[in-house]
Design a binder for this molecule. Structure first.
Ligand code: TYM
Length: 338
């Protein structure tokens, strides 16, 4: 039997997960987990790249684990692991920092966005993509399902992996990104020119996965539209970004083409109502299951311990090969004649 390919992706445990995370990433993870050897990382080390609260980080890490299980990630089949539990991430990251170049890291859009206007930019924010490359390469990953905002980081991962293999010998699998055809970039409902983001300031344009049905209906009812007064799916028109976003959300949730969905509606109000209903249908069972999972800390810790064990095995193997390839002296005793 052919070896199963490996799928890996990750999420930061800061802030509340949004409909953007769900449509851009989590839904793909759930749907494809059985086809692959799947690993999902809760990337707490990445959370340190911007100002953070230690208590909130620890709690957020457990909550994110509960959320992933509530969404339908199966702990028996998939490996859910906290990044800091496997030392190999930070260790391989150093090798990646010494493989990526300053110029490459300077060109990362996310670095430019997140550092803009900040007086104290942490060095880790700059080297963040090297840690992300380590996350992916440590597990010999074939496929990385992510939203569109991560595609530049995956491209860089491919570049550094290829460079490393070329310089030191074949150590890493070269991964490919899997970006969903629809809703790869869910926009803020109040500011449809900006990405829906768990770190956005007021959060009014965000649908959070744990929002109540009422909150979801209210936020979608208030979503910004336009004055054209026709339900049309037009790509690349900034004036129509609000309606386009709603159509993409509804199309993604109902597995249809946005243009076909648009043809069903005359009024924005009806489109909003249908979108809210489809979102609630997906999210309310997750919210129910989340309540049980988050309350059972013993179960969560045992699933995460299982994840760490499985992940460590692959990770330590790759790390040993990478260390040897770059010329590090093995730490075991070297005897004459070895
Ligand atoms: P993070 O935590 O920002 O987001 C997790 C996933 O959600 C996707 N996403 C979106 N998709 C569509 N529309 C949106 N508005 C939206 N907002 C977020 C993201 O694209 C992502 O797939 N650097 C990563 C975490 C990471 C990682 C990795 C991912 C660390 N190591 C290794 C893959 C492989 C991040 O900050 O994701």
């Amino acid at each position: 039997m052919a070896k199963r390919e490996r799928m890996l992706s990750g999420v930061q445990p800061t802030g509340q997960a949004t409909l953007g995370n769900f449509l851009g990433a989590f839904r793909q993870w759930r749907a494809q987990q059985e086809e692959y050897e799947s690993t999902f990382l809760i990337v707490d080390e990445h959370a340190l790249t911007v100002e953070h609260n230690p208590v909130a980080l620890r709690e957020g890490t457990l909550q994110m684990a509960a959320l992933l299980f509530a969404i339908g990630i199966d702990p028996m089949h998939s490996t859910v692991v906290v990044q800091s539990h496997v030392a190999g991430h930070a260790q391989l990251a150093w090798l990646m920092e010494c493989t990526a170049t300053y110029g490459e890291l300077s060109r990362m859009i996310q670095f430019k966005d997140k550092s803009r206007g900040s007086a104290m930019v942490r060095a880790g924010l700059f080297t963040y993509p090297a840690l992300m490359a380590a996350d992916i390469l440590l597990y010999q990953t074939d496929l990385v399902p992510v939203g569109e905002d991560q595609s530049q980081h995956i491209e860089l991962t491919r570049t550094v992996a290829t460079r490393f293999n070329h310089a030191y010998g074949q150590v890493f699998t070269i991964p490919r990104a899997a970006i969903p055809p629809l809703a790869a970039r869910v926009m803020d409902l109040s500011h449809p020119e900006a990405k829906m983001s768990k770190s956005s300031a007021d959060g009014q344009g965000n649908i959070y996965l744990l929002d109540t049905d009422d909150q979801i209906r209210r936020k979608i009812a208030k979503a910004k539209t336009d004055l054209f007064n026709e339900v049309l799916y037009v790509e690349d028109d900034p004036e129509r970004a609000g309606v386009r976003n709603l159509l993409e959300i509804l199309a993604a949730l109902t597995d249809r083409e946005p243009k076909d969905v648009a043809a069903d509606f005359q009024r924005y109000g009806d489109l909003k109502e249908a979108t809210a209903t489809a979102v609630i249908e997906q999210l309310s069972p997750i919210r129910e299951r989340y309540r049980d999972y988050v309350a059972d800390r013993t179960q969560l810790s045992s699933w995460l311990a299982m994840g760490r064990e499985r992940a460590s095995e692959v990770a330590s193997h790759t790390l040993a090969r990478a260390y040897e390839a770059v010329g590090f002296l093995p730490s075991k005793e070297v005897k004459n004649g070895d």
